[in-house]
Design a protein around this ligand. Structure first.
Ligand code: SF4
Ligand code: SF4
Length: 84
């Protein structure tokens, strides 16, 4: 599953530079995650970096984007290929 930032976000700027897929950006009011780029950090790290670092724990999994590890790895490989 991609992760989602809830409206508990305090715009602390910690997560955005830590995302290895550049999936996090500032939205109209709070930071947002592009689900087409979030792999739960699969391919890069063992743990989702944003959720691990967020000081207010406001980045849960998004049930609107059900994906297993294989699907997340496929997304990672597509993102890497697109950058090449
Ligand atoms: Fe980026 Fe990883 Fe957070 Fe997804 S889980 S938004 S890939 S830092
Ligand atoms: Fe918002 Fe958490 Fe990201 Fe800080 S780390 S900007 S509180 S989502």
């Amino acid at each position: 599953m991609a992760l989602i930032i809830t409206d508990d976000c305090i715009n602390c700027d910690v997560c955005e530079p830590e995302c290895p897929n550049d999936a996090i950006s500032m939205g109209p009011e709070i930071y947002v995650i592009d689900p087409s780029k979030c792999t739960e950090c699969v391919g890069h790290f063992d743990e989702p970096q944003c959720a691990t670092l967020c000081p207010v724990s406001c980045i849960p999994q998004d049930p609107a984007h059900p994906e297993d590890k294989d699907m997340l790895m496929s997304k990672y490989l597509r993102l890497v290929a697109a950058k090449a």
